[in-house]
Design a protein around this ligand. Structure first.
Ligand code: PMV
Length: 310
């Protein structure tokens, strides 16, 4: 085990963020961008923590790795990582890191690195990063397929159903705002829903229905229907207080550029990412880049044409 390597894909939530925390389904798929972890044989099990992190981030990262390490019996491996994923943008960077580390640790321990095993170890890390996450991030990353994910509140692991797509599902992902810590938006929403439970539960339930309808639209190859579901989902996320002028503005821009649907993705709040669904992502990426707006495109599901990736 002199040189081990593991990749954890970033993820995009197409439908159902936040309501997934309350037990409703979400539709999510992997990005080609993610976190690459590498392992070298070592006399103890350790993680190389990047210099650039704050004291608090180092502490959390150390604690998270400690849990994954313990779950794998502390194999003798020194793990380092790098990423091409924008951080704290609702693109699942912590889930991707958890999956990448889990893959290397399991290999180092001489254990099977099936998607289920990887997800179980990554889950240890994710709980340290996020407190009570739904698990959609690391599950999508470990499975590397478009999934309809659901976790009943209180249940240990969520369930994922692979959603097959006869058509390419292509997105433009735009970094529309400042960094947005998931813990804050999830916590603030939790307070509102505690106080006005019925009103918020009604909206969560409706978003859950949209996620299921979206999965059906994907299976039927009906991208127009999927786009419409995304637009409605964005409206309901705004109703929950999870959008912002910057995110709304980008959603409208993408629709004006011909997106079949556009919405915020991930935690929302003051910043984070916005996604647009397109038949052809090229012109929108070109136009946004020309305007100096950070974006990239990614195919989440469906048949891939020769020579393209992600
Ligand atoms: O912002 P991200 O990539 O961590 O995604 C958050 C998704 C939420 O539904 C808001 C939280 C969760 O635990 O599922």
């Amino acid at each position: 085990s002199s040189s081990l390597s593991g990749f954890g894909a970033g993820k995009v939530i197409l439908l159902g963020e936040h309501s997934v925390v309350y037990g409703y389904p979400a539709l999510a798929g992997p990005l080609s961008r993610g976190v690459r972890a590498r392992g070298e044989a070592s006399n103890k099990c350790q993680l190389v923590i990047p210099e650039a992190l704050t004291a608090e981030q180092r502490k959390v990262l150390k604690a998270a790795f400690g849990r994954a390490m313990a779950a794998c019996g502390e194999p003798g491996v020194k793990v380092s990582f790098d990423t091409d994923l924008p951080l704290s943008m609702g693109l699942g960077s912590s889930g991707a890191l958890s999956v990448a580390c889990a893959r290397v640790l399991l290999q180092a321990a001489g254990r099977k690195a099936s998607a289920t095993e990887v997800a179980a170890v990554a889950w240890e890390m994710e709980q340290e990063f996020h407190g009570t996450p739904s698990g959609v991030d690391h599950t999508t990353s470990a499975m590397e397929q478009l999934i309809l994910y659901r976790r009943k509140p209180g249940a240990e692991q969520g369930r994922a159903k692979v959603v097959e797509s006869p058509k390419p599902v292509k997105l433009v992902v735009v970094m529309a705002g400042a960094r947005s810590p998931t813990k804050l938006t999830v916590g603030a929403l939790r307070e509102r829903q505690k106080r006005w439970s019925e009103r918020y539960q009604r909206i969560f339930r409706e978003i859950g229905l949209l996620a299921s309808e979206g999965a059906e639209a994907v299976e039927e190859g009906d991208l127009e229907a999927l786009g419409d579901v995304m637009n409605v989902n964005h409206g309901l996320l705004a109703a929950l207080g999870l959008s912002s002028p910057g995110l709304d503005d980008m959603v409208h821009r993408l629709r004006n550029m011909g997106a079949l649907g556009a919405k915020l993705t991930g935690a929302g709040g003051d910043g984070g990412a916005v996604i647009g669904l397109f038949h052809d992502t090229g012109p929108a990426v070109h136009e946004l880049t020309r305007l100096g707006i950070r974006c990239f495109d990614s195919q989440l599901a469906g048949p891939r044409s020769e020579g393209t990736r992600g």
